[in-house]
Design a protein around this ligand. Structure first.
Ligand SMILES: Cc1cc2nc3c(=O)[nH]c(=O)nc-3n(C[C@H](O)[C@H](O)[C@H](O)COP(=O)(O)O)c2cc1C
Ligand code: SF4
Ligand code: FES
Length: 532
């Protein structure tokens, strides 16, 4: 494969496109609402009406407004929501401009217009099961460029200059991590894509893998070239069967075209990617536990240092990045580090994908520039709380994060601001809560999650999360005293400061943040003030 052949595939793909494209979402959310049947009926209706040479039905990835699925988009301007197989004849009839009763979506609403898709630029547009579709959208151009026009250290430098930070939670500078692995000494080096995505309410990574898997493969291959690795692994949870099957298809297709495997793009660079399937333990998203799991051991975290960059998989230098981090790489190479660095805030560059869920009108995926306020996300893009309700708080960062009260909704969303508020960016789950939400319940829910998911290796987390859950239950049931409340805070500090890995260290965060902003609700349930 050379550049001319890549361009020929892209041109052929574009030339084969018919004048009218009907795109039907076949990502997990819409699939679960029967979108495959919708797609099949649309295809049949096109054939039966003799429109086959003018109209093309394509299965595409997530169109972002998942709560209104199945979604179908005709050309660039018409969106249909909650489409059923029975709606399809009407959609075909409406191609000539006639009226239809099928529910229209509004592509001019803030939910869509205020987004800035970089990671999701192809979601809802390309067919995730056809590499040609990705190539026609500039796919694999970035990989070609680095292999033929850049030295590995220049690639690392470009990623550093872009200011990209890891999207898996902690926001560690990606270029710095790549530079450390590139410099580390080892016979072999590895690249791992962390697709474990275990936070309750988060579905960004699943969506990227289901909608645009080649983007992740391309990002991993660029990373492998930059750090000197020839083997990559994608660690993905078994609960994501559609993502797994699309990754398998994508890897096969890329190998067939010489975009993965030996002598990629006729260069001396070899890179192979294999999939490893996780069994759904939340702790296996933690990098040392994940690597133990790939090595075939029980997925238990280990103390760091040594960090994976120096001693990772089978004690070799290993680069581990999140799905969304890798999904940002190809556009940075194609459009330049300066372009990426011009988006976002001083210390948080680029965009962030959030899975917007909970008490919100528009449930789905949004991608916004870093620095967008929570107000804009919740009220404008999310459409606010249904039925005229009032937003009380937003939970970000999953079990490691916290609850941000509505009074702080004017905060720009970036790594530092969210941490200052006692929450964290996390991987991108964003759960909106309304006035009916009891914040002690929220803290208890996340503690129960951590208690269940604790691997048990260290005592502070294994025993501490159980005791914290017990105390929260006691408070919720109105059986606790002020002494219990003090005990809760003391134990939170202890679990945070003495647990071995991030799960235990951050498990108290939802308690800390709800105590900070909603202490009244705790106080109302303890001592004589108790009315429950
Ligand atoms: C309990 C726990 C679960 C985690 N789960 C994930 C996960 O599902 N996906 C992820 O990318 N990172 C997860 N992380 C963070 C990873 O350990 C690691 O920092 C990340 O994959 C690095 O990628 P990045 O630099 O691109 O953010 C988790 C961390 C902890 C402590
Ligand atoms: S903090 Fe929790 S999850 Fe992490 S090693 Fe200790 S027991 Fe396991
Ligand atoms: S899954 Fe179809 S719009 Fe998100």
């Amino acid at each position: 494969m050379d550049l001319t052949q890549l361009q020929e595939i892209a041109q052929h793909e574009r030339a084969a496109q018919k004048p009218i494209q009907i795109r039907c979402c076949v990502a997990a959310g819409c699939l679960s609402a029967d979108s495959l049947a919708v797609k099949q009926r649309l295809e049949r209706a096109v054939t039966e009406t003799g429109l086959g040479d003018k109209v093309q039905v394509c299965g595409v990835g997530c169109m972002r407004l998942c709560s209104q699925g199945p979604l179908v988009q005709v050309a660039e301007s018409t969106l249909y929501e909650k489409v059923t197989p029975e709606d399809t004849p009407s959609i075909i009839t409406a191609l000539d401009g006639s009226e239809t009763t099928v529910r229209h979506g509004d592509l001019t609403q803030p939910f869509f217009t205020q987004q800035m898709p970089i990671v999701l630029e192809n979601s809802g547009k390309v067919d995730p099961e056809r590499i040609e579709s990705y190539i026609a959208a500039e796919g694999y151009r970035g990989l070609y460029h680095v292999l033929h026009e850049m030295q590995p250290n220049e690639v690392v430098e470009a990623i550093s200059q872009s200011g990209l930070r890891g999207r898996g939670g902690a926001g560690y500078p990606t270029g710095l991590k790549w530079a450390t692995v590139a410099k580390a000494k080892g016979e072999r080096k590895y690249v791992i894509c962390n697709a474990d995505e275990g936070d309750p309410g988060a579905f960004m990574d699943r969506s990227v893998l289901e909608s645009d898997p080649h983007r992740v493969l391309e990002g991993m291959a660029i990373a492998a070239y930059a750090i000197g690795a020839n083997q990559g692994y994608i660690y993905v949870r078994a609960e994501y069967p559609t993502a797994i099957s699309r990754l398998q298809i994508a890897i096969r297709q890329a190998q067939r075209l010489g975009l993965l495997g030996s002598q990629i793009f006729d260069s001396p660079f070899d890179f192979k990617i294999d999939i490893r399937i996780g069994a759904g333990a939340y702790v296996c998203g933690e990098e040392t536990a994940l690597m133990a799991s790939i090595e075939g051991k029980r997925g238990l975290p280990s103390p760091r240092p040594p960090y994976p960059a120096e001693s990772g998989l089978w004690k070799n230098p290993t680069l581990i990045n999140n799905v969304e981090t890798f999904a940002n790489i190809a556009p940075i190479i194609r459009k330049g580090a300066g372009w990426f660095a011009s988006i976002g805030t001083e210390k948080s560059k680029g965009t962030k994908v959030f899975a917007l869920a909970g008490k919100i009108c528009n449930t789905g995926l949004i991608e916004v520039p870093m620095g967008t306020t929570l107000q804009q996300i919740v009220e404008s893009m999310g459409g606010g709380v249904p039925d005229g309700g009032v937003a009380k708080a937003v939970q970000t960062g999953g079990p490691s994060g916290g609850c941000i009260p509505a009074s702080a909704f004017d905060t720009p969303v970036d790594y530092e601001s969210l941490t200052q508020l006692g929450s964290m960016m996390g991987s991108g789950g964003m759960i909106v809560m309304d006035e009916s939400t009891n914040m002690v319940d929220v803290a208890r829910f996340f503690m129960e999650f951590c208690m269940d998911e604790s691997c048990g290796k260290c005592i502070p987390c294994r025993v501490g999360t159980v005791q914290l859950h017990r105390l929260l239950t006691k408070i919720r049931q109105g059986e606790a005293s002020l002494t219990d409340l003090s005990l809760l805070e003391e134990l939170c500090d202890m679990v945070k400061n003495t647990s071995l890995c991030g799960l235990g260290q951050s498990a108290p965060n939802p308690v800390f943040s709800t105590l900070r902003y909603f202490r009244d609700e705790y106080l109302a349930m303890v001592g004589e003030a108790n009315v429950y």
